[in-house]
Unconditional design. Structure first.
Length: 347
């Protein structure tokens, strides 16, 4: 699998959906018209409805696969509810709080590419459902419970970070990419350090290796592809900053080791497979990842790691009344800067 066509998802499960997924996807496509009217770009979105419908259809199909295993479905419900409630509460509570600006001088070097990365960004949200659908059929109840526990562990820790060290960056909404527009319509314009997309991609790939090897090797390749592309997807859609990405990869590895007893081999090699796409930005990623992963080895929680990383490197907070769309954090000067002219911002 390569990056020859970043506008799509080059995995077998996406390129060759089942008949059920296609049927469900066709139904979802019918929602594109009212959704497009709401979002205001019907003509542009109409041409993207097939891929978007298939993406949601695949997610729904795999959720249905879990439903036919009631005991395992309960594990999914517990995992989701244990995350969703606290996450939404945190999202509400932090609206009027100051937040750490994580859009850096290195992030400016990453081009905004919604049409190349928007679908992949949404696919990273669907992949946990794909994993659950496979696992519900393949794994024992005990093994499935172990999977659910790992997700609960990750979601609990990342939500604590979201609630206590909320982050923010400019919001890029000037585009006509349907998958990204839907995601931006559904969430608030805040970041989550560490990136859940990155952390989930690490955890999914590690668990696929743990449980599917020799049984579902093609599916392992699909989760590997997700890990290879997740950094590019979250940075290219400008939904996360490089600190979020570095923290997310480290967080996923930490939680995997905690639950399964070992580190994922060649994790960074896989996650940064496409580093030549933007060498300077990835250089910043490597620096941040190395520092965060070292802190992670001696802290008790992801929250403790995040607090130390941001404090040590002089990251600044911005009041909710400040328009961050014009700003970035300069890592060398340790100051918030006007992106247009490089002048320091006094807050």
């Amino acid at each position: 699998m390569s990056l020859e066509n970043r506008t799509t998802v080059e995995t077998d499960d996406f390129q060759n959906p089942s008949i059920l997924a296609k049927i469900l996807g066709t139904g979802i496509r019918g929602l594109v018209i009212p959704l497009s009217i709401t979002l205001g770009n019907y003509k542009k979105y109409k041409g993207q409805s097939k891929d978007f419908g298939n993406l949601i259809g695949i997610g729904l199909e795999n959720l249905a696969r879990v439903l036919i295993h009631p005991g395992k479905f309960l594990g999914v419900v517990n995992s989701f509810s244990g995350w969703f409630g606290p996450y939404m509460e945190a999202q509400k509570n932090i609206q009027n709080q100051s937040k750490i600006l994580v859009y850096t001088d290195a992030d400016i070097l990453v081009p905004f590419e919604p049409d190349k990365e928007g679908l992949m960004y949404d696919w990273t949200v669907i992949q946990p459902f794909v994993f659950a659908g496979i696992a519900a059929k393949l794994l024992s109840k005990k093994e499935f419970s172990k999977v659910a526990e790992a997700f609960i562990d990750l979601n609990t820790e990342t939500t604590k970070c979201f609630a206590n060290i909320p982050t923010i960056m400019p919001r890029f909404t000037d585009h006509k990419n349907l998958p990204l527009a839907v995601m931006q319509f559904c969430d608030k314009p805040f970041n989550n350090y560490p990136s859940g997309h990155c952390a989930n991609a690490v955890l999914l790939y590690g668990m696929a290796q743990e449980f599917f090897k020799g049984k579902k090797d093609k599916e392992i390749e699909s989760f590997k592809y997700g890990l290879e592309r997740v950094i590019g997807a979250i940075l290219g859609t400008k939904q996360h900053g490089i600190p979020d990405a570095a923290g997310g990869i480290s967080a996923g590895d930490r939680i995997f080791e905690k639950n399964f007893g070992y580190r994922i081999p060649n994790l960074i090699g896989i996650a940064t497979k496409h580093k030549d796409q933007n060498p300077e930005a990835y250089e910043a990623f490597f620096e941040m990842y190395e520092e965060i992963s070292l802190i992670d080895k001696r802290t008790e929680s992801l929250l403790e790691t995040g607090k130390e990383f941001f404090s040590k490197n002089g990251y600044k907070v911005v009041h909710p009344s400040v328009n961050v769309n014009l700003l970035h954090f300069d890592r060398k000067r340790k100051e918030i800067i006007y992106t247009a002219d490089g002048d320091r911002v006094f807050l």
